[in-house]
Write a protein that binds this ligand. Structure first.
Ligand SMILES: Cc1cc2nc3c(=O)[nH]c(=O)nc-3n(C[C@H](O)[C@H](O)[C@H](O)COP(=O)(O)OP(=O)(O)OC[C@H]3O[C@@H](n4cnc5c(N)ncnc54)[C@H](O)[C@@H]3O)c2cc1C
Length: 451
């Protein structure tokens, strides 16, 4: 370390952001042999699953979409199904996993995450407790970055940095946005990712047919209300996860990276659009609802939203050109997050100041997730999560975040000539964390599988 790096918040690896990505970079770095004191997490929360947990709670998500290999131990083995099977002395997770029908329960997965972060001292490395508003590349040798908070105060200096700040704001169609801005209708139009309560006997419209929307269909039916599913495309493709599974392994990611940036954006647009899963639990529930006259589908677009006798008076322009008028209790938009990098102030400033290249409002990352022109081999600046899905299509899943974390930490280890943790020490760490996870799972109520 040079003389630049002697105040407590000067670190070798900085993670900007405090979510899943931050935890996975941290565990990967500690596992590889970095002293935790060389790592700093920069964000407001010491709980790396808090942001996700809030979304999962709002959606009523009980099992993860991802499968057995996606979890928080530093290495992938043992898989989550294996630990679950040992903990509950029940082999069904193993058979389900062979058939690719095992999805870890949310409470089980978050218990594992807590074991990992508490055991590895993650919360002691959350420094500053503030959001980062500005990053500057400092000239000279050795190269480093200065991190500033939103008020322009220096928070830390770092040799390498990972941007892991998650999603942009929630997205609404213009008609829904206008209804949100109108005090008469504002509280009846919500996003699937927001907290909400359904009234028994009410009538709700759900926009979209992605996973979040399907989830809300079931939540509405379960609440004893009527559900109208509105979508644009007559035929959504069937996909269990947001991205086709073939893209989750290394060869899929490599093939994806050989496409041009434009081709990648188009592909993601196709792959992520209107994918709805057909799971037995959900499918059955919707079929029952349809039979009972509580579930209906419409293909078209909302033309107008006004206040009305039931709460809202809505017109839909159907695909065949007909206008349909509906009285509704509320509208739920499963329209996800704003994808533009410019919707995140930190990125917008980097684009404006350093000329970080953009294409169709997404940052044009290098294939190693580096941010040009700031990234360099001896002082890396990388990005992970949803913002990196133009390079790693599942960049916003546990598996994709782990993949990016490993590549990044590997590069940093080489640049820093790290003396790596010995194999026996890594094994002891992995086995120790797996044992603790198994013990913790025994105390968690088993979540029902849906696939
Ligand atoms: C409802 C839902 C269900 C999902 N289900 C699955 C699943 O089943 N399996 C799976 O693999 N993935 C799933 N995902 C996707 C993914 O794993 C999560 O979104 C994951 O939390 C992404 O991690 P992240 O670190 O990129 O972002 P986040 O976990 O969102 O963390 C980013 C954090 O950075 C903070 N931050 C923002 N700006 C700044 C700043 N300027 N400075 C410092 N901090 C900042 C934010 O407040 C936030 O806490 C799901 C996502 C959602 C929303």
């Amino acid at each position: 370390m040079s003389h630049h790096f002697n105040s407590p918040d000067d670190v070798t690896i900085a993670v900007i952001g405090d979510g899943f990505g931050a935890l996975l970079v941290y565990t990967t770095a500690v596992y590889m042999g970095f002293d935790p004191r060389r790592i700093g997490i920069f964000g407001e929360s010491t709980n790396p699953v808090g942001t996700y947990q809030q979304f999962a709670w709002n959606l009523g998500q009980t099992v993860l979409r991802s499968e057995s290999e996606s979890h928080f131990l530093p290495a992938d083995w043992p898989t989550f199904a294996q630990m679950d099977a040992v903990a509950r002395r029940d082999v069904t997770p193993l058979f389900r996993s062979i058939g690719r029908k095992f999805n870890p329960g949310v409470s089980e997965m978050l218990s594992e995450a807590a074991i990992v972060w508490k055991s590895l001292g993650y919360e002691h490395r959350v420094l500053g407790g503030r959001k980062i508003g500005w990053i500057s590349r400092e000239p000279g040798t050795p190269p480093y970055f200065s991190l500033y908070d939103e008020d322009g105060e220096l928070v830390a200096r770092a040799r390498h940095a990972m941007l892991a700040i998650g999603h942009g704001p929630l997205a609404f169609t213009p008609v829904c946005q206008a209804a949100r801005d109108n005090p008469k209708t504002a509280d009846r139009v919500v996003q699937a990712y927001e907290a909400k309560r359904y009234q028994a006997g009410g009538r709700y419209m759900v926009i979209g047919s992605g996973i979040a929307s399907v989830n809300e269909w079931v939540n509405i039916l379960d609440a004893g209300a009527e559900c109208i599913a509105l979508r644009r495309n007559p035929q959504p493709e069937e996909q269990d996860l947001n991205v086709p599974r073939c893209l989750f392994d290394g060869s899929g990611i490599d093939a994806f990276q050989t496409l041009s940036f434009d081709q990648r954006l188009d592909f993601l647009g196709q792959a992520l659009r209107g994918t709805s899963p057909s799971r037995r639990g959900w499918g059955d529930r919707v079929a029952q609802g349809r039979q009972a006259g509580m579930f209906d589908e419409l293909v078209g677009d909302i033309a107008s939203i006004d206040s009305g006798s039931a709460g809202l008076s809505v017109t839909v322009k159907a695909l065949n050109g007909n206008q349909v008028a509906l009285d509704l209790t509320g509208i739920v938009a499963g329209t996800g997050f704003v994808k533009s990098a410019l919707s995140l102030p930190l990125f917008r400033r980097l684009v404006e100041h350093y000329g970080v290249p953009l294409e169709r409002e997404r940052i044009q990352l290098k294939t190693n997730c580096g941010v040009p022109p700031l990234d360099r081999p001896d002082s890396r600046l990388c990005m992970m999560g949803i913002q990196a899905n133009t390079v790693v299509p599942n960049g916003d899943t546990i598996a994709g975040l782990k993949y990016i974390a490993r590549r990044f930490v590997g590069d940093v280890a080489r640049a820093e000539k790290l003396r790596r943790r010995s194999f026996p020490s890594r094994l002891a760490m992995q086995v120790g964390l797996a044992r603790k996870t198994v013990r913790a799972l025994r105390a968690v109520r088993k979540t029902e599988q849906l696939a």
